[in-house]
Ligand binder design. Structure first.
Ligand code: CTP
Length: 425
């Protein structure tokens, strides 16, 4: 339908980006493919100078498919149609852009847009394998446009950047390159690797790590890339590759994937399997918090804020150092299970995990014991029991239940009869 609508206006329509790449990869592997994200580019002019052909086409399609939600991003002449949980399509996202070149007025800033042809549109993209286009309109519908050797690179399993400045213009592309390399089992080709190293050495990272106020969009994109990487099954290999390239500096100049951090990340995975089987925590965020927690305490909150982590993550990283000191000092001095509970219950699960990761083994085991056993112990009598025994509900309940819990934990009382006697005393 989209190509018919475009043809009516005399425009060319192309499928571009990841969908073309994934189609060709699936074809080569004789596999099937589920595409949920479609990027279309329209090459054509609309009579009104302010409205891009892409926006116009999206509007026309939305008339035909009223179930789709339409979003328009005026400044970039792009529009998106979103089918959310459609029974037939599940969810489908279709981005429609007007063919354009992006002119970067200064590195790492948002692109300004001007209308141009499909070749230029493809040239502004990140890698040759993402710069392929499939023509959808007649004549020559179905033709593959490959101006930059993308097909050869797909076959040779190479991640190749299109121009030397690409990583300077958009440092998050370094993360994208790594993500594609690890995801598809491709190699970053040598010259592209040189461009990456050059961008890093030229300090492009200092900007991403520090000038948050001036480049918030960059930080948001970096967070999106980190999310993609850290929630994928290949996250560990991707971190290794980022580290080899020196690209973890993008998060903070002092961040290295050293043996200590690797051990902590392994421990974290065990914790998540053991204590969060129901997946109440967001695992990629926990991995990111563990990376940030590995930095010196004075950098943690700033990095978390720059990356716009959630408020509770920022707070956790801000308070981690003092919480760690308190637990290190007080936990070995606890003489009874109730004292352990008293100390550790002020912290939530993610905080306890972060505290435990770099801690000595004995301390870690005490925290594990708290999480698996002690935290689940209930007082032998609960609020209802107290009511039945004639205690009037009120603020004293809290204290009674706390004492009851301590006595239960420390095995001072072992059953309800002993609990009642304890209460009477
Ligand atoms: N793109 C780019 N530079 C970026 C982000 C995106 O050049 N920093 C281009 C690429 O051509 C990419 C397209 O925009 O193919 C769409 O971006 P996105 O949907 O993020 O990536 P996909 O290639 O579709 O990858 P994925 O399969 O992971 O969604």
């Amino acid at each position: 339908t989209a190509s018919q609508e475009a043809e009516k206006c005399g425009w060319h329509l192309y499928l571009v980006g990841g969908a073309v790449r994934d189609l060709l990869l699936a074809e080569a592997a004789s596999g099937t493919l589920m595409i949920k994200d479609i990027d279309l580019v329209v090459d054509g002019f609309h009579k009104s100078a302010d409205v891009g052909a892409g926006v116009e086409l999206a509007k026309a399609l939305q008339q035909l498919y009223p179930a789709a939600r339409l979003e328009i991003h005026g400044a970039f002449q792009t529009a998106a149609l979103l089918w959310h949980k459609d029974p037939e399509l599940d969810s489908l996202w279709v981005d429609i852009a007007t063919a354009r070149t992006e002119f970067y007025p200064y590195p790492a800033a948002n692109p300004e847009v001007e209308a141009s042809s499909i070749r230029q549109d493809l040239y502004r993209r990140d890698f040759s394998i993402n710069a392929l286009a499939l023509r959808l309109t007649t004549p020559r519908a179905g033709e593959l446009l490959d101006f930059f050797g993308g097909l050869l690179d797909l076959k040779a399993k190479k991640i190749r950047v299109l121009h030397p400045n690409s990583f300077i213009e958009d440092p998050t592309r370094i993360y994208r390159g790594v993500r594609f390399a690890v995801r598809f089992g491709f190699q970053i080709e040598p010259q592209t690797e040189e461009f990456i190293r050059y961008a890093i050495n030229s300090g492009v990272y200092d900007r991403t790590a520090q000038e948050n106020s001036k480049t918030p969009a960059l930080q948001t994109r970096l967070k999106t890339e980190l999310k993609h990487i850290l929630q994928a099954p290949y996250w560990k290999s991707a971190l290794h590759l980022l580290d080899n390239l020196g690209a973890l500096q993008c998060i903070h100049p002092t961040l290295n994937l050293d043996a200590k951090l690797l051990r902590q990340l392994r421990l974290l995975e065990r914790c998540l399997r053991r204590f969060d089987a129901e997946q109440t925590l967001i695992h990629w965020e926990m991995r990111l918090e563990a990376l940030i927690a590995h930095l010196a305490p004075e950098y943690r909150a700033k990095v978390a804020k720059n990356l716009q982590l959630q408020e509770d993550s920022i707070k956790r990283l801000q308070n981690l150092a003092s919480a760690q000191t308190e637990v290190m000092e007080s936990l070995p001095k606890c003489e009874s299970p109730s004292q352990v509970v008293q100390l550790l219950r002020q912290y939530d699960l993610p905080m306890l995990i972060l505290i435990a990761l770099p801690s000595p083994r004995s301390l870690r085991h005490q925290i594990w014991e708290y999480l698996t056993v002690l935290a689940n112990v209930q007082p032998l009598l609960n609020g209802n029991d107290l009511k039945e025994l004639g205690y009037k509900p009120g603020p004293q309940y809290r204290q009674i239940l706390d004492d009851m819990l301590a006595a239960t934990l420390d095995r001072v009382i072992k059953d309800k009869t002993e609990a009642r006697e304890f209460l009477a005393k």
